[in-house]
Every structure is written in C-alpha cells, then in structure tokens.
Design a protein around this ligand. Structure first.
Ligand code: NDP
Ligand code: MG
Length: 386
C-alpha cells in the first residue's frame, strides 16, 4: 500500500472518489491539482492539507495566488505545473494518481514515470494518444503502471496468478452498452444531450459519460488494454453486459475464464491501485446477487456506433491513428456539449479523421501533440467552426 499520494485532477469524479479512499486509509495527500474548480480545491486543501497544489488554468491560478499564501500551500500554475507536481521528490512509497481528463493528462503521466514514480492511471487518454511513449518510459524507469479504469483493474486482478498469466488467450472487455444500447442509427438521430448525459449504471465526468453513450469509451478502453496488457487488438473481445457487475474477464489457454465482479463503484478499482497488492475494507457496497438476478451478454453494435468502429480501425492501423481519433473525439464531444453538433456528428468526426489524416507509425511527443491539433482542426473544418 502507498503511504503518499500526488493526486492530479482532484476535483473531478475520480479525483473526489480517490480522496474518499485516501481519507479512509489515512494516505498522506502530498499534492492536489485542479483546472478551474478552485472552490472545491480550497475545501480539499483545508481537509487534506497538501504541501503543494497546482491550478492548471492560468487565470484561475493567478486569482488564487494570495489565498494559497494564506493557506500556506505552494502553488504551481498551468500544465507545466501539473508536470512539476508529478515530479516532486523527497517522499518514499509515493504514487501519482492521474485523474485529469483528456490528452491534457499525457505530459503529467510521462513526467511522473520519468521521475521514477509509480502511476495509478485513470487518464486512459495518456495510453490512447501516446501508448508507445508511456510504455517505453515504464520499462526504462522500471515503475509500476496501475490501472484505475474499472475494466482494466478487473483484468489486472484476473492476471494476478503469475503461473497462469503467460497462458492468457484473450481478454473479455465488458461494456454497459450505455444509455442507447439497442438503438438504430435512425433512433440516434434525435437523442438529446440530457439523454446522453444519463448513464444507466455509473456517475462520471461529462466527457466520459458522452464517451460511454457513443461507445467511444469502449474503443478507448480497447486501445488502453492493448497497451497495458501487451495483447493484440483481435485478442480483446468486447462483451456488452448491461448490469455492470462483471468488470471484465480473462480467458486462458485451457478456455477457463476468470472474472472480477463488484458493485459499479469506482472506489473499488481506485482503492486497489492505491493499496496494491493488498486488499482492504472499502466503502463500496457488496453485490446482492439475488437483487441483480440476471446477467446478460451481447455483442457491441460496431456498425451503428461509429466511434467504436473508428477506435478499432485506429488501433489496427497503429502508430498515431489512435491519437487522431482521440483528438477528433475530444473536440467533437466539446462541440456536442456546447450544442453545436448532433450526437451522430461525433461518430462522423471520429471515423472521418482516419481517412483524412496520414499518421506516422513511429512517433515522438511532439508528433502526438501535432496529430492531436490536426485532428481537432479537421473536426472544426468538418462542421464549419471558425
Ligand atoms: P471529470 O471531468 O469529473 O474531472 C476531470 C478532472 O481533470 C478535474 O479535476 C478537472 O479540473 C481536471 N481538468 C479538466 N481539464 C483539465 C486540463 N486541461 N488540464 C488539467 N486538468 C484538467 O473527469 P472524470 O473524473 O470522470 O475522469 C477523469 C479521467 O478518468 C478521464 O480520463 C476518464 O476517462 C477516466 N475515467 C473516469 C471514470 C469515472 O468513473 N469518472 C472511470 C474510468 C476512467 P476542474 O474540476 O477544476 O475543471
Ligand atoms: Mg472503464
């Protein structure tokens, strides 16, 4: 179990639940980062008394400068500030939990790994956009990359038997199917933002909630699994399981399947990443199987949910294609949340970027940033946004 925590994105859905876990197990909170939600950050400072904070939005950071002094906390600013937080030294047994949303989390993930720290990763976009860079850095600096995403935590837990792990045959990545499971393209034409923001089983930040409705989230998770567990995309099968009790499964050479189950509560995977390899009491409720009653399984509809088709195509093509679909998705989701494009437009943009951009196989961090920018520009031009 880790005794010190640097928490990036502390004001978000994963961030606040991570602080629940830190509170329960008395993990020392060394540093916190937020983007704009300074009010909540201040409450967190008063409770957890970190030595360092970062506010990544520069204007909000400047406005908070005096208050930070009064609170006796060192303030870093901007995205470089988040990287500095990730690189703080002088603490033993420390982990960086990255719960920033989007590609904005990538540099901080790399910074943490390069400073020799273990990383608990919620920010799946780090692996989707710069998977090769992240995994190369993990190997080079010999650090642990612990999944926070519930499916990947489940897979990680199912792979703990070191004797069986080498004979892994395939991963069964479960998906809730989101609020529009079973919808046809015609039905999706009229869905609203409010409907898309209503997830049947999980309460999450707005971006990942839309990703769950478009099935982009499952596409991002497929790419995340390929990098984390060093498997081929075709060895990851997506299984829609509406109840969100089985969080994923692995199948071994003998066709034996091991699953991890639990209530749909992110505190379980968050806590496992912080207490690993130990297991401890958790505030999440236990599953009542007699209430759940039915477990259902279905294939994902790749033809209707174009985002998932795009993610599958992108990881099969490799190189920077996953980064391109991620960038297009981030921009399209932003536009959808601003009521500038429709739900189906998200899929059009994400699938369209693949044939629009010619992506490199081998890449540097600068290439990732450039591809992300070009993908966003493509989306803006597609919808005539200035
Ligand atoms: P939220 O939107 O709830 O929170 C995002 C956090 O990141 C907030 O602290 C926010 O600060 C901060 N942030 C926003 N923009 C920036 C930026 N440009 N630079 C730095 N920090 C920024 O997201 P979630 O907690 O839902 O998701 C976080 C990550 O975890 C995502 O990658 C998501 O895919 C992943 N994840 C989430 C799950 C969930 O249940 N929520 C499940 C599995 C994975 P502020 O509040 O101040 O704006
Ligand atoms: Mg997930």
């Amino acid at each position: 179990m880790y005794s010190n925590l640097i928490l990036l994105g502390s004001t978000g859905s994963i961030g606040t639940q991570s602080l629940d876990v830190a509170r329960k197990h008395n993990i020392n909170v060394v540093a916190l980062s937020a983007h704009k939600n300074v009010k909540l950050l201040e409450e967190q400072i008063l409770e957890f008394k970190p030595e360092y904070i970062c506010i990544t939005d520069n204007e909000c950071a400047n406005n908070f400068e005096n208050r930070a002094k009064e609170l006796g906390v060192v303030l870093f600013k901007g995205s470089e500030g988040a990287q500095k937080l990730a690189q703080l030294d002088g603490y033993n047994n420390i982990v960086v939990l990255n719960a920033i949303v989007g590609i904005a989390g990538l540099k901080a993930t790399l910074a943490a790994i390069e400073s020799g720290k273990d990383v608990a990763l919620a920010n799946k976009e780090s692996l989707v956009t710069g998977g090769k860079l992240v995994m190369d850095a993990v190997k080079k600096h010999n650090v642990k990359l612990l999944p926070v995403d519930s499916e990947h935590s489940a897979i990680f837990q199912c792979l703990q038997d070191k004797n069986s792990a080498p004979s892994l045959k395939k991963i069964l990545l479960t998906a809730s199917g989101g609020p529009f499971f079973g919808y046809s393209t015609e039905q999706l034409q009229t869905v609203t933002k409010a409907q898309a923001l209503k997830h049947p089983n999980w309460s999450m930040g707005s971006k990942i909630t839309i990703d769950s409705a478009t099935l982009m989230n499952k596409g991002l998770e497929l790419i995340e699994a390929v990098w984390l567990f060093d498997v081929k995309p075709e060895d990851v099968q997506i299984v829609v399981h509406r109840q969100s009790i089985i969080h994923s499964m692995v199948q071994y050479a003998d066709n034996s399947v091991i699953a991890q189950l639990g209530s749909p509560d992110m505190r379980i995977p968050i806590q496992y990443s912080l207490t690993y390899p130990e297991r401890m009491e958790c505030n999440a409720t236990e599953v009542d199987f007699f209430t759940v009653k039915d477990f259902t399984f279905a294939p994902a509809d790749v033809d209707t949910f174009l985002c998932l088709k795009a993610a599958k195509t992108a990881i099969a093509k490799g190189g920077l294609y996953p980064c391109a679909v991620n960038g297009a998705n981030e921009r399209a989701v932003e536009l959808f949340l601003q009521d500038k494009i429709s739900f189906l437009d998200i899929g059009k943009a994400v699938y369209g970027v693949i044939s629009h951009l010619d992506c490199k196989e081998d890449y540097t961090l600068e290439d990732v940033i450039t591809t992300d920018r070009l993908a966003r520009e493509y989306v803006d031009s597609l919808f005539g946004i200035k």
